[in-house]
Design a protein around this ligand. Structure first.
Ligand code: TYM
Length: 334
C-alpha cells in the first residue's frame, strides 16, 4: 500500500495586543487559511509576547479570546489545524530559556523591531523586549515548523530563528528543522492610513488602522481621512506616493485585481473614488467574518473547548522537542 506523504508543518502566531487589523488579515491570517489544507498547521494567539509592553489584565484576557474567535471566524478549522493560546503551553517559556543561552546579545541588539519599540516605549525597555525574538524562535522550533507565514515585519525574526537553530544543530546534531519565512505577494506590508511610511499596527492611534471588527461607517470614515498627497494623480509609486500606493495595494490584495489594472481603471479619477472603492471592498470582505465572530463570542464554552483541545495537542508536540533538547544539552531526565 502506498504510504501517505507526510505534510510539511506550519507554525504562525498573532499577538492579542489589540483587535487584529486589516494588515494582520492581508499579511498573515488570510494565508493561514489558504495553506490549511496543504500543510499540517499550528496557529497560536501569542499572548506571552504581549507583556513586553504593559497590558491591562482584563483587556488582555478579553483580547485573547477575541483573537481566537476571529481566527475561527475567518474560517480556520480547529479539526484541521491546531489553534491554541501560547501561555497554555508552558514549553514555550521553557524553550525560550534554553535558546537564550545559544543567542548572542549582539544578534538581539540588531533587531529593527527592538530598536523601534525601545524608542517608542523608552520608559519600559525591559529584558523581554530585548529577548522577544528568542521566545518567537522557540515557538517555531518547538513544532519543527518548515514554513512560517508572516508579514514582512516578521521576516528578520524568522531569519534569526534559523540562525539560532543552525547554531544549536551544529553543537548537538540535527535537533531542529530550519524554517522558511513565507510572505504574501500583495499585502505583506499594509501601511498606516495616517502615516503611510509606517506599517499599520493594532497598537497605534485609532484612525491609522482598520480593525477587523470596525463597523462599515468607521471603515468608510477612516479611508476617507486616509493621508494621500496633493498631486491628485493615481499611480503606484510607494517611495513618492506612499498613501495612494497603500490604498492601491490594499484594493489589489482584497480584490485580486493587479496593480497595473487598478491604475489603468482609476486613471483620470479622483482620490475620493479610490478611497470609496477600497472602503467598499473592505466592508464586503469583513462583513461575513464579523457576523461569524458575533455568533462565536456568544458561545464562550465552545471557544474555551477549542483552546483546551488545541493546547493539549500542541503541548504533546512541544514536549517531544523540548525533552529531546534537554537530553541533548545534558539535563538528567526527571
Ligand atoms: P503581530 O501580532 O504583530 O502580527 C501578526 C501577523 O500579522 C502580520 N502583520 C502585518 N502584515 C502586513 N501588514 C501589516 N501592517 C502587518 N502588521 C502585522 C505580522 O507580520 C504577523 O505575521 N511576533 C509576532 C507573533 C508571533 C509569531 C510567532 C509569528 C509570535 N510567535 C511565531 C510567527 C511565528 C507578532 O508580533 O505578530
Amino acid at each position: 500500500m502506498e504510504q501517505p506523504v507526510k505534510k510539511q508543518r506550519i507554525l504562525s502566531g498573532i499577538q492579542p495586543s489589540g483587535t487584529p487589523t486589516l494588515g494582520n488579515y492581508l499579511g498573515a491570517i488570510r494565508n493561514w487559511k489558504l495553506l490549511e489544507d496543504q500543510y499540517d498547521c499550528l496557529y497560536m494567539v501569542a499572548d506571552l509576547h504581549t507583556i513586553t509592553v504593559r497590558q491591562e489584565p482584563s483587556l488582555l484576557r478579553a483580547r485573547s479570546l477575541q483573537t481566537m474567535a476571529l481566527l475561527l471566524a475567518v474560517g480556520l478549522d480547529p479539526e484541521k489545524s491546531i489553534l491554541f493560546l501560547q501561555s497554555h503551553v508552558p514549553q514555550h517559556s521553557q524553550m525560550s530559556w534554553l535558546l537564550s543561552c545559544y543567542t548572542y546579545m549582539g544578534e538581539m541588539s540588531r533587531m529593527t523591531q527592538f530598536k523601534d519599540k525601545s524608542r517608542r516605549h523608552a520608559e519600559n525597555v525591559n529584558c523581554g523586549l530585548f529577548t522577544y525574538p528568542i521566545l518567537m524562535a522557540g515557538d517555531i522550533l518547538l513544532y519543527q515548523a518548515n514554513l512560517v507565514p508572516v508579514g514582512n515585519d516578521q521576516t528578520q525574526h524568522v531569519e534569526i530563528c534559523r540562525d539560532i537553530a543552525a547554531r544549536f544543530n551544529s553543537v548537538y546534531g540535527n535537533v531542529f528543522t530550519l524554517p522558511e519565512g513565507y510572505n504574501p505577494k500583495v499585502g505583506a506590508r499594509v501601511m498606516s492610513l495616517q502615516e503611510p511610511t509606517r506599517k499599520m499596527s493594532k497598537s497605534d492611534a485609532e484612525d491609522s488602522f482598520i480593525s477587523m471588527l470596525d463597523t462599515p461607517d468607521a471603515i468608510r470614515r477612516k479611508f476617507r481621512r486616509a493621508v494621500t498627497d496633493s498631486e491628485a494623480r493615481i499611480a503606484f509609486d510607494p517611495a513618492n506616493k506612499p498613501g495612494v500606493s497603500n490604498l492601491l495595494s490594499i484594493l489589489s490584495a482584497l480584490t485580486d485585481e493587479s496593480l497595473d489594472s487598478l491604475v489603468e481603471r482609476f486613471g483620470g479619477k479622483g482620490y475620493g473614488d479610490l478611497k470609496s472603492a477600497v472602503a467598499e471592498a473592505t466592508v464586503e470582505t469583513l462583513a461575513p467574518f464579523q457576523q461569524e465572530f458575533n455568533r462565536l463570542m456568544a458561545d464562550k464554552a465552545y471557544l474555551q473547548s477549542v483552546c483546551r483541545t488545541g493546547a493539549e495537542r500542541a503541548g504533546r508536540l512541544a514536549e517531544r522537542t523540548l525533552s529531546k533538547c534537554m537530553k541533548k544539552i545534558g539535563f538528567l531526565a526527571p
